[in-house]
Ligand binder design. Sequence first.
Ligand code: FE
Length: 136
Amino acid sequence: MKKKMPKTEEEWKTCLAPEAFSILRKKGTEIPFTGKYVNNKKKGVYVCAGCGNRLFSSDTKYESGTGWPSFWAPASKNGIEMKPDNSLLMHRTEILCMKCKGHLGHVFDDGPKPTGKRFCINSAALHFKEKKKSVG
Ligand code: FE
């Protein structure tokens, strides 16, 4: 059997948890305050739940009060992609994983300094890797 990237939607369905599939591949939104990383204050990195791409660092995570994990900057400019989203009669900017094109959430202009941005991300689209206290 050949492995291919990008995966088909059928392949994503078999390899992702149902909640991750509905967000990453169907552009769903999890119910606020229900995601597993809303109140996560541990140090580490957040990678894409679909492909493992490094997306956000705990260093830029902050308490936005919205009920979704919020960050004021991405880990790197190459991790994410931004796309205009005019669905639901709103003008928003969608955030996608640059590598697997999975839907992550949206970015808004009401974030804290220094960027003023709020990257509002669904927990189910993320996988948290806690920073190890010592090497080895
Ligand atoms: Fe990805």
